[in-house]
Design a protein around this ligand. Structure first.
Ligand SMILES: *Cc1c(COP(=O)(O)O)cnc(C)c1O
Length: 464
């Protein structure tokens, strides 16, 4: 009997096979050699265990398995997905897609050098915050502005710079959890300020704040409810009254609005979403909001308000840890620039465009996609009226009427179909409801429609 190990092809010979030329060029020789080694080792173990792997020993099969394994490993974990959920600010899918000008600015900042902290006129050092200050001032009416990594960081650094070691007065109705571990009491604790709760969950009056203010008080904080609403027997104190109270006692009033509308839209007004300038106009000393919620820009925490307070925040040692990187700064500057003309912002900021797209347009697109999908064998697809939510803690109780493509595939459960779509290439994220898998064109870019149709086709045809 021949030695079974003799049947194993030699690594060096496998490595030179023509089927591996392209994968060797992209993944590199070492990775391909390692994958082949792993395949050979597996076969060796199977032989040692008394198996006869026969066909699996065929060099063509070994090379093919190694090639698939290298390609799988070399595929980036983060990749573009098609968001067909209809949820515009989908936190797990990266919230706001950037406006094209912002994405381009980030790309250029990333791939070269830029005057990040240099004034090109004078040749002197400048602040990296300078390029974004003006845009935020225009939007909010504030006299000064700065930005950090996200709104959570903005809250921490504002509380720390203004009230570390002191008490911060907050209504019990505003001790919220935003999601992803952002809880106001914990944020306050890490800032070094002490929480002074006032009022009750549903009702807090100005007198409650007044009573809590004393020598230990460092600031008054208002937090927007973001992802929930309290209804019924409720009472809360508006920012104008809080601002007046703060002025009487010489205390800064911080308004954490989280999201905030930067353009005037009925949709925002009727959802009770504060405009980013409301707090400043009403007399708040600082307003905090996210760059990647309704503003529709990169992830950032924007701080707008009184010059002296912004200066204190920028001097805080945490600023070094929380400051924005060059790509984000470039993207934020470009996003803010679009708001100089609100019409332009509505057209060019994808988040705003998706939130305001007309029902008629959604219907046309859903019907067009459904029509194309009806040619997929075994698939039933039709346009259907439905509802979607903005997401990201914005407009929480406001269902947006939409039109989806509702799909059913023969012999395929909704869960299995959704799984295949999610793990396909490109990955497609859909909603499941009432026995159908639903694709909402609101969050699908028009240029993705071809890919979407072929992704559904592959998902129905077989597991990827
Ligand atoms: C979303 C939100 C935050 C957190 O913002 P991130 O940018 O996600 O860190 C903070 N406060 C409020 C009121 C929010 O809605």
């Amino acid at each position: 009997m021949t030695n079974p190990y003799r049947q194993l092809p030699a690594l060096a010979a496998l490595l030179e096979r023509p089927e591996l030329v392209s994968v060797r060029a992209t993944a590199g020789r070492d990775d391909v050699a390692n994958a082949l080694r792993t395949e050979l080792e597996t076969l060796r173990q199977r032989i040692a265990a008394g198996e006869s792997p026969d066909g699996d020993l065929d060099p063509e099969r070994i090379v093919e398995r190694a090639r698939i394994s290298v390609e799988r490993d070399s595929r980036a974990i983060l990749r573009t997905v098609i968001n067909a959920t209809g949820i515009v600010l989908h936190t797990n899918l990266g919230r706001s897609p950037l406006p094209e000008s912002a994405a381009r600015a980030a790309f250029e900042a990333a791939s070269g050098y830029l005057n990040l902290e240099l004034d090109l006129e004078t040749g002197e050092r400048s602040s990296r915050q300078d390029p974004i200050r003006d845009g935020i001032r225009r939007l909010t009416g504030a006299e000064a502005a700065t930005a950090v990594n996200n709104c959570a960081a903005a809250t921490v650094i504002a509380l720390r710079a203004l009230a570390a070691g002191k008490e911060v007065v907050v209504s019990r109705g505003q001790l919220v959890e935003i999601g992803g571990g952002f809880r106001i009491p914990e944020i306050l604790a890490v800032s070094g300020a002490r929480l002074r709760e006032v009022g009750t969950t549903n009702r807090t009056r100005i007198a409650d704040y007044e009573k809590a203010i004393g020598p230990e008080t460092g600031a008054i904080l208002r937090v927007h409810a973001s992802n929930f609403r309290i209804r019924g027997f409720t009472e809360s104190v508006g920012i104008a009254d809080l601002a007046a109270l703060g002025r009487r006692h010489g205390l800064p009033v911080i308004d954490d609005i989280g999201s905030g509308a930067a353009v005037d839209l009925d949709l925002f007004a009727s959802s009770g979403e504060p405009r980013v300038g409301d707090g400043i106009r009403a007399g708040a000393d600082l307003v905090l909001f996210s760059g990647d919620k309704l503003l529709g820009g990169p992830q950032a925490g924007i701080v707008a308000g009184r010059k002296e307070l912004i200066a204190r925040i920028e001097k805080d040692p945490l600023m070094r840890a929380f400051r924005l990187d060059k790509m984000t700064l470039a993207a934020l500057e470009a996003t803010l620039r679009l708001y100089r003309d609100p019409e332009r912002a509505l057209r060019d900021v994808p988040t705003l465009r998706m939130l305001t797209v007309s029902l008629a347009e959604l219907r046309t697109r859903a019907e067009r996609i459904a029509e194309r999908l009806r040619s997929v064998p075994g698939l039933d697809a039709s346009a259907l009226d439905d509802e979607a939510f903005a997401g990201g803690g914005s407009l929480p109780d406001r269902a947006l009427p939409t039109v989806v493509v509702a799909m059913k595939a023969q012999g395929l459960s909704e869960d299995e179909m959704a799984r295949r779509l999610r793990t396909g290439r490109p990955a497609v994220l859909a909603r499941i409801q009432d026995g159908s898998v639903r694709l909402d064109p609101r969050t699908v870019f028009e240029h993705q429609e071809d890919e979407l149709v072929s992704a559904v086709r592959s998902a129905v045809a077989g597991s990827p």
